[in-house]
Design a protein around this ligand. Structure first.
Ligand SMILES: [Fe+2]
Length: 95
């Protein structure tokens, strides 16, 4: 019998599955020529995004280290974007 997953692992696997589903339905929506089918697929993809949020919420509750790393990642992106915006502003000022 397979090893029983803990709640962090269940949440991570759920997140991975929801992301795959979102990508699949959005790709299918691009491929179809039928606007009604496209609309259904995009609606389903939106529902999968809600599911992603639910699993993410469980993971954030269950995995404190992960929550801290996500916050660290957000800060790093913010810093990179701020530096980029500063650099662009500086270039514009030179012109
Ligand atoms: Fe789902």
């Amino acid at each position: 019998m397979a090893k029983k997953r803990n709640d962090k692992e269940i949440a991570r696997e759920g997140i991975a599955s929801e992301i795959d589903a979102i990508n699949l339905y959005e790709q299918m929506a691009k491929e179809t020529n039928d606007e009604r089918v496209k609309k259904v697929l995009l609606d389903i993809a939106k529902e999968e995004k809600t599911h992603l949020g639910e699993f993410s919420s469980v993971l954030m509750r269950e995995d404190t280290a992960q929550r801290k790393e996500i916050e660290a990642g957000r800060k790093e992106v913010k810093d990179i974007e701020s530096a980029d915006a500063f650099s662009k502003k500086k270039k514009k000022a030179k012109k």
